[in-house]
Design a protein around this ligand. Structure first.
Ligand code: FAD
Length: 307
């Protein structure tokens, strides 16, 4: 099912993002964690590509498993950094043949191990180029990335929003945001995007804080601001995992509740492949679950393998 079809039936979507495990042990842990999360009947699940050094094959295998064997509406992330048009076309055909209907098209970050090809004579330089290429040739529902505090490379939020509009006009159907910890950034961004003529759903991407060092690193890499009050609080408990977990969960519940109460079109959970905190957070949001479950049961039927 296309995610845009789910939008027609759900005012809000709840989705979980996973990344492919890198080795045998993390694969086992991944199975346990993902198994617990998918019992919550998400609107869709998404699998990252290339992030954290995972291979493309792992992403496609996992997408295949979630979509064709487990019956979930699944979105495959795909990046174009350093890729040729030929490779992109080949990969899109693989996803299409697998029955995948949703792709998250992003540029990708500069590779750590290889030099960046920029400008890329045989491929693309920006997410919007990739979106245009795929929109013109394939029948996917297309998601793309958005940055409430601007992308780290952008000279200004204004410029970043202009580039975002190009991405929407190129054919992106909806947006998922980079993580943020202060909802003020999200609402300011949504309002500015609307003023620019961006009318699609902008789904907030949320990451619960469970580890001080990890979240500080993520925030630095992505340019996401951790409000001083929160930073002070989590820093004070950085060597106390239980307390950080509790504080992080409470903060995330507060953030997500505020977003939903103010009519955000759902939540995309950056799970980091961890189930406990995502489950607790999701469970805290009573109310909308029944709709999600009904939809899941309907969407599940056609995909399920024969007993
Ligand atoms: C929801 C989400 C999912 C992600 N999933 C992954 C993943 O699976 N794997 C992974 O490796 N990374 C992932 N990322 C990270 C992403 O690859 C990086 O943030 C990347 O640096 C930007 O990709 P983009 O397509 O969103 O940016 P782009 O839209 O390409 O923008 C990047 C920069 O270029 C500028 N720009 C855009 N268009 C133009 C133009 N036409 N001319 C001049 N400047 C322009 C923008 O203003 C911005 O500063 C994800 C990010 C998000 C928000």
């Amino acid at each position: 099912m296309k995610i845009t079809e789910i939008f027609e039936r759900q005012k809000r979507t709840f989705s979980f993002e996973f990344f492919p495990p890198g080795d045998y042990l993390t694969a086992v842990k991944f199975g346990i964690n993902a198994g617990q999360l998918i019992k919550l009947y998400p609107s869709f699940v998404s699998i990252t590509y290339g992030a954290g050094g995972c291979t493309q094959t792992n992403t496609f295998d996992l997408v295949d498993l979630f979509h064709n064997e487990l019956g979930f509406t699944c979105m495959a992330h795909y990046t174009c950094v350093n890729a040729t048009r030929e490779k992109i076309a080949y990969d899109m055909r693989i996803l299409q043949d697998m029955g995948i209907q949703n792709v998250m098209l992003i540029r990708g970050d500069k590779p750590k191990d290889k030099p960046l090809v920029f400008p890329n004579p045989d491929g693309f330089n920006y997410g919007s180029d990739l979106v245009k290429f795929v929109r013109e040739r394939y029948d996917f529902c297309i998601g793309a990335g958005a940055y409430p505090e601007k992308h780290t490379e952008a000279l200004s939020l204004k410029k970043d929003l202009e580039n975002l509009k190009i991405k929407i006009d190129a054919g992106a159907d909806f947006l998922i945001t980079q993580m943020f910890f202060d909802n003020k950034y999200y609402w300011d961004f949504v309002n500015k995007a609307i003023q620019k003529g961006i009318k699609c759903r902008i789904i907030p991407g949320i990451i619960p804080i469970t580890n001080f060092k990890q979240i500080s690193k993520f925030a630095e890499l992505t340019g996401s601001t951790i409000p001083k009050k929160i930073f002070k609080k989590i820093k004070a408990y950085q060597d106390n995992p239980k307390e950080i977990y509790k504080i992080g969960l409470d903060l995330a519940i507060e953030q997500v509740t505020d977003l939903l109460e103010n009519d955000a079109p759902g939540i995309h959970f950056y799970t980091l492949n961890k189930s406990r905190v995502a489950i607790k957070l999701y469970e805290s949001l009573s109310g909308d679950f029944k709709d999600v479950k009904m939809l899941y049961e309907k969407s599940l039927t056609p995909h399920m393998p024969a007993p």
